[in-house]
Write a protein that binds this ligand. Sequence first.
Ligand SMILES: Cc1ncc(COP(=O)(O)O)c(C=O)c1O
Length: 401
Amino acid sequence: MVCDVSEPSLPEALRQILFGEVLSGLPVFCLERWQSLHETSARVLLSDSGVHPLSIAELSDYGLSLDQLSRVELGYGWTKGSPKLRERISEIYGGSVGPENVLVTNGSAEANLLTVLGLVRSSDLVLVDVPNYMQIPGLLKWLGARVIFLRRNPPDWSFPIDDAISLMRQHKPKAMFVNDPNNPTGTYMTGRELEELSYEAEKTGTTLVFDEVYWGSELQEPRPSVLEIASSGQAVSVSGLSKVYGLPGLRVGWVAGSEKLISRLWSLKDYTTIAPSILSDHIASVMLERDNVKRLRERAKSIVRGNLEILEGAYSEAGDLFEVVWPSAGAYFLARIPWSDDTLMIAHELFREYGVLVNPGECFEIPGYLRVGLGQQPTQFRDSLRTLVNGLEGIREKTSW
Ligand SMILES: Cc1ncc(COP(=O)(O)O)c(C=O)c1O
């Protein structure tokens, strides 16, 4: 059923909206719809998966000249992204790709869309890492691809590398779509695992498509990009500035891959957004200077580490109200709710009664969990967490009789 996706109210109506279709065959993008409907009116915003955004004024401290910015002519600019920005992006990959391997997009969301449209045809067989952000599974369903899911399962939620390798050997899939570091589980692969995948992909002719928008937020061992391990003929990296770099409002993302693929996606982009905003291109070129990349990644990790400490304190007092899946990357954690599997109802009540916005596990096809943001400023996070705990206690009490 194709439904009106703009009218939320009662849980049942909401359920129909979130799990219906936007167009015939294209499922509603549950996570984005949930957030779009609620995020501007939430009092306590714990739904973001990136770190607290920087203001334009703060960017001066990273070398952005507001005077220069004010003199940028508001033309279309470079439809592929400016040479300077593409150079900066390619540098992040440690020399494994050049500017000719990069296409700048409007957020990593557009990068994912173009990549799927550019690579997959109806009835192609593909492997897909789940749970994930769920944009790609929705698009693949619409395109009529044959999908085999690779599930990250509790308790450790790690990527099922052995299954991935044996399925590659068995089916020689066209592509494997992976979201790593993973949203929502906060787990990530080791360099060794990336090598194993890359070795196998070479043999089976499978393109490894990695959404790496949380790359750089690893709290333990740093993780290389798939493009630092596999050749650009075999691998594609999607990433952007929205999460780790705290700049979602720029809407800057990118695809890095073979020149052939980039050229095709560039032509596809003529149909979507034509070009990135020239203002964003200018700002991103400054923010991706080498020292800034390091600094912004450190900023993200420091915010998340601080909030994890606050979470530890609150958790030790929360009894069996929720169980934390401790993340190793990203700016969010999963909270398992042991007393109910209906986390959509819980998320709905949290929003309605307490003004708290978190994401229901149902949007990731893992009911029984809530995804909670860890990217707020620590002082704000402490208060937000208190309201969340209070809300969960109230809802548990209400549902227990
Ligand atoms: C894995 C993943 N990819 C892509 C996106 C889209 O991000 P943006 O378009 O803001 O870069 C998100 C946003 O939550 C995400 O989690």
